[in-house]
Design a protein around this ligand. Structure first.
Ligand SMILES: [Zn+2]
Length: 203
């Protein structure tokens, strides 16, 4: 058991430290890192990679150290399915209850194409469910820190075509950066996190 958990941790740390342009395998699909946010909050440090998969999807994955190293895939939540919010101790998504687990503010630096400026800060509030899923609220509010919302599915925000991205995270139809804001300035964005700790390796 110890052997496997150490191996898994070192494999994830290799992904965490991989540069923009590196190849990874996420949930069985090859992908390229197109951008990375490196966060720092107090003594904690973690990364989120923006990936484009070989089948033309965009995926955000975070790699964090808790008791062990954990990888999480983050998908934009359907706001209409969220109950409660960052100010409460409980929240819900699609009928599943979530309990507040972490809150704080982090500074970040951005590498590659993330949709963010080179640096900035973000407020975050994390909730966790019994089934292992997470619900993350983030607010990019500092002057100069662009929001990083990504149109991960649906239609291109520029040309309206069904969204398939090239290896650089751009719409294959019109070439526009496939990013879009989902909220207003200073609003909270909500993402649903799914554990991919055992499904993320260097490619
Ligand atoms: Zn387009």
């Amino acid at each position: 058991m110890g052997f496997f958990s150490r191996k898994r941790t070192s494999a994830l740390e290799a992904v965490a430290n991989a540069p923009v342009g590196a190849r990874v395998i996420v949930e069985g699909t090859g992908a390229t890192i197109v951008g990375t946010l490196v966060f720092q909050s107090g003594g904690d440090r973690w990364v989120e990679h923006r990936l484009t998969t070989d089948d033309g999807r965009q995926v955000w994955v975070s790699i964090e150290n808790f008791d062990t190293t954990v990888a999480t895939r983050w998908d934009l939540a359907d706001p209409s399915a969220v109950t409660g919010g960052p100010d409460g101790t409980r929240s819900g998504y699609g009928g599943t209850p979530f309990t507040r687990s972490e809150t704080g503010m982090a500074s970040f630096i951005s590498k590659g194409d993330t949709g963010c400026n080179e640096n900035g800060s973000v407020d975050f509030v994390d909730f966790a469910a019994d089934d292992g899923r997470r619900l993350g609220f983030e607010r990019y509010g500092e002057i100069g820190a662009r929001r990083r919302s990504i149109a991960v599915a649906g239609n291109c925000p520029n040309c309206g075509a069904g969204l398939t991205v090239d290896p650089h995270g751009r719409c294959q139809h019109c070439g526009a950066a496939a990013t879009a804001d989902v909220g207003q300035w200073d609003d909270w964005e909500v993402s649903v996190g799914t554990d991919v700790t055992s499904a993320l390796t260097l490619g």
